[in-house]
Structures are given as structure tokens and as C-alpha cells.
Design a protein around this ligand. Sequence first.
Ligand SMILES: [Zn+2]
Ligand SMILES: [Zn+2]
Length: 327
Amino acid sequence: MHAMVLERLKSPLEMTELPDRQPGANEIRVKVLACGVCRTDLHVVDGELPDPKLPIIPGHEIVGRIDAVGAGVKGMQIGERVGIPWLGHTDGTCPYCLMQRENLCDHPLFTGFTRDGGYATAAIADARFAFPLGEAGSDSSIAPLLCAGLIGWRALVIAGEGKKLGFYGFGAAAHILAQVARWQGRSVYAFTRAGDAKTQAFAKSLGAVWAGSSDDSPPESLDAAIIFAPVGALVPLALKAVRKGGRVVCAGIHMSDIPGFPYSLLWEERELLSVANLTRKDGLDFLHLAPQIGIQVKTTQYPLAQANQALADLRAGRFEGAAVLTP
Ligand SMILES: [Zn+2]
Ligand SMILES: [Zn+2]
């Protein structure tokens, strides 16, 4: 197999030939068909997340076809198309697993971070954490659903039932979630970097009722806001934009420091919380819903060998929607 490997933090990935691995107990091996590029991959490369496995093959939005099955795997066959997400393994026994919050497991493994991921021609996964995908939809249009889509979905559920939703940062996740929110009959207000008219027009083309700069006040108070961009300074801005009792959800795994702000922004029962990882139920719920919504995923495709370019383009905001690697 070939993979784009991160040997040292803050260095480019290197195309590497590796021996083919056999799946162990409860594992499957897939031939990778497509792997999405997520902002979390940048945080991994940049060393912004604690305790990565090194060397590591990044990538946690994997669409693959099973070509080998280990002992004990139930309900998955060779030839089946599956999705492999960020949550790669849990212990199943810690207090969080037992309270149906496996996203907070004390002993998890995360694909592309603490176990090898999908920037490769092949990947091995714990079968119990992979999702059957069926055959509808192209590999590259499904890949971004596996993190941007389903962790975004978790954030949307946690944001509550309000009709007026603000999205701060309009990248891969927001462009998917805007379509979900519209399908639910809600109104999306899109906040981008100041002066980013192109992304604001993109947001409106996906049904946003308003688009502006992140330091603009929306035309009306919002019921909730989701912050997708890794920018702590957005927290007080989003709190200012939500109504009394409104909720602000931080959806990213990493954020720059949140600046101090007056208590009056939180007062009147506004809530501020974060979303961490996903549960398998989030994935099953979202992947069941996605075909009914008819989500159009905008992708920019790169060959596997150009993974460094894809990451650089993501960092610089050079594409709309999501980047996808194909082997
Ligand atoms: Zn656990
Ligand atoms: Zn991700």
C-alpha cells in the first residue's frame, strides 16, 4: 500500500510505501476510494492536538470497499462499501460509554490521529465503528459527510430547535449543514471573514437568508449560533448575536484563545458549549437522513500524492465546500 505519512509535526506529509497489513480481530481492511480533507487534519499536522500517534496517516472521512475481514466481524462482507469516521474505537466500559456518551470515551482511538487513517490506498478499521454506505452517491461526494456532515449534524442537534441559526465560518461543514437546516424549515445566517464576498455569495446560493461579516450584527436576533471556524474571537461576537436564552455551540476540535468579554453577553440565560467527536448513533441518524435531504456536496478533488497541496489550499481558504483525496 501507499500512504501520505506525517513523520514529524509541522512537516509535509511524505508519500511512503508500506507493507500490506492484515485486519486483526473485529477489523476490516478497505481499499480507499476517497478520503475527505478536514480542518482537524491541519490541527493534527500543526501539533495543536495532544498526544498524536507518530508517524501517522491522517484522514478520517474515508469511503472504502472492504477487501479483507478479520475474525469476529459481524454483518460486513468483502466487496461492501463502508464509511470510516473520526471515532475509530471506544472501550465500551468507561462511565461515558455506559451513559451513551461514547463520544467522550476515556480510552478512545481516533482515525487519522491515534490510529492510521485514509490518506492512503488502503486502511484498516474497527468494523464496529464503520458505517455501511450502500451504493447510492459518488465516493467523493459522500466522503465529506463522514465528518463535516455528521459532526456538523451533532452540532445542529445540540444547537436546539430554534428557527434562526447563525453559522460562523462557511466551509465544508456549514455548506452541508445549511442545506440540512433549510430542509428542516429553518433560516441560516452565514458569517464569513470580513469582505469575503465570494463565500457570502456561496452561502446564499445554498439557501442562507443573510450573509455578512463575522463582526456584523445580523438583521434580527438569532435563536442559536454554531461556530465552525477555529477562531476564539468569534465566541463573544456570536453571544452578542443570539437572543435571550440563545445558545452558542463551538463545533471545532481546536480554537484559538477566547478573549475576555463582559458578562452581559452571557447574561439572560445564554448558553455556551462545545461539541466533541461523534457517537455511532449520530452517524447512523445522519447517514439515514442525508439521501432524503438530497444534499449537494461541493468538492474539489486532489490525487492522493497532492495531499500537501490540499491542506495548504484548505488553510488559505482557496476552495469552496470540501477537498477530497482520491488514490
Ligand atoms: Zn469509553
Ligand atoms: Zn473532521
